[in-house]
Design a protein around this ligand. Structure first.
Ligand SMILES: NC(=O)c1ccc[n+]([C@@H]2O[C@H](COP(=O)([O-])OP(=O)(O)OC[C@H]3O[C@@H](n4cnc5c(N)ncnc54)[C@H](OP(=O)(O)O)[C@@H]3O)[C@@H](O)[C@H]2O)c1
Length: 332
């Protein structure tokens, strides 16, 4: 495993990070509800392969992902860099309507009271007294950034958080947070070979601040793990039934792209997952590769993506094959 400093913080995080949206299960990741024993095994596999960086969020399974992590972290909390999010909550205490699902209404609230309450709720659910990193889940232009920055900086002074970042944001948001005295150590944004444009614009904005760019969706929720994956069907509420790769015309394009990617994968004796992870890592020097995993075998496979180096010719051939189906924006 390789370790990289998270932004300008003192945190040394594994280049591959564990994403735990799927651990929330329920109607969004409908094929499996993980158990406490499975969550423990998952973290043990991460430890075995040197992955020390975990990402979660309060809304993943409305608290379930955090609850399972809290159980799995018992006795080994200090072995991991634990990151969760703030701003999206289902407390019905104001903020902007974000979505309704499973009988809950989720609002987006970046005001100080909400941020502090989010952090306290996450600490309680994960049975810990500090969070290594907290990400503003959806930046929000309705409330003053200066107030949000003040709240985050105060939480840092109190030792409740060690670093913070932004998500679902634009380069202008990073500039605004920095201009208001913020110390944004990372941005967490969608990025994959099928949707690389937002990330590329952001790399240029991150560089002068030393900000880490953390990918999400690098495997497109499984659609880039194998050509067979797109034959699976999911219930309507599942995230994987709502992204572009399930539409028939895009599916045909993705199949064609897999045919072009296959010889490159075969030449390296690697998995498709490793191929797209290595592609992503080659795009920006200060990259944190956040990958969703529920199975120990996937942890082993993904940790090994760092052993793979693709030539400039292979990198551009891969992207050329993706071009016809690339999309500008994804909202997950
Ligand atoms: N800030 C945001 O708004 C936001 C939005 C989306 C995601 N995120 C974060 O980013 C993380 C990653 O995104 P994601 O989980 O949505 O999608 P992803 O990383 O693109 O894909 C995850 C899927 O790929 C499968 N997978 C992973 N490694 C594999 C391997 N080596 N072989 C075969 N299959 C493999 C996983 O299977 P198993 O689950 O069965 O292991 C899972 O179904 C999330 O978990 C979450 O922490 C943040």
């Amino acid at each position: 495993m390789q370790y990289r400093t998270l932004g300008n913080s003192e945190l040394k995080a594994s280049a591959v990070a564990l994403g735990t949206w799927g651990l929330g299960g329920g109607s969004v990741w409908s094929d499996h509800d993980s158990t406490e024993a499975e969550a423990r095994d998952l973290l043990s596999a991460c430890k075995d392969y040197g992955i020390n960086y975990i990402d979660t969020a309060p809304v993943y399974g409305t608290g379930e992902s955090e609850r399972l992590l809290g159980c799995a972290l018992k006795g080994r909390r200090h072995d991991f860099i634990l990151q969760t999010k703030c701003s999206l909550n289902w407390r019905n205490e104001g903020g902007n309507f974000h979505y309704s699902r499973d009988g809950y209404t989720v609002n987006n609230d970046t005001r100080p009271t909400a941020i502090v309450r989010d952090v306290e709720d996450s600490l309680r659910r994960m049975q810990t007294d500090y969070l290594d990193s907290v990400i503003v889940h959806y930046v929000c232009r309705s409330f003053p950034v200066s107030d949000t920055v003040e709240a985050l900086e105060r939480l840092k002074e109190q030792g409740k958080i060690r670093a913070y970042g932004l998500s679902n944001s634009q380069p202008a948001d990073l500039e605004e947070y920095q201009a208001n005295g913020g110390h944004v150590d990372l941005v967490q944004e969608f990025f994959s070979i099928l949707s690389p444009f937002h990330g590329r614009e952001y790399f240029t904005a991150c560089r002068p601040h030393g900000t880490t760019f953390q990918t999400y969706g690098v495997l497109e929720e499984g659609f880039l793990t194998s050509p067979a994956f797109m034959e699976r069907t999911f219930v309507k509420t599942d995230i994987r039934s709502r992204i572009p790769w399930v539409q028939p015309e895009v599916k045909a394009g993705l199949k064609k792209a897999f045919e072009a990617w296959e010889p490159i994968r075969a030449a390296h004796y690697c998995s498709f997952s490793q191929l797209f992870e290595a592609w992503a890592l080659a795009q920006y020097e200060n990259m944190s590769l956040l990958v969703g995993m529920r199975k120990p075998k996937n942890v082993a496979d993904n940790a090994a993506c760092l052993d793979l180096t693709l030539s400039p010719e292979e990198l551009s051939a891969m992207e050329k094959a993706a071009k016809p189906i690339q999309v500008e924006v994804l909202d997950k």
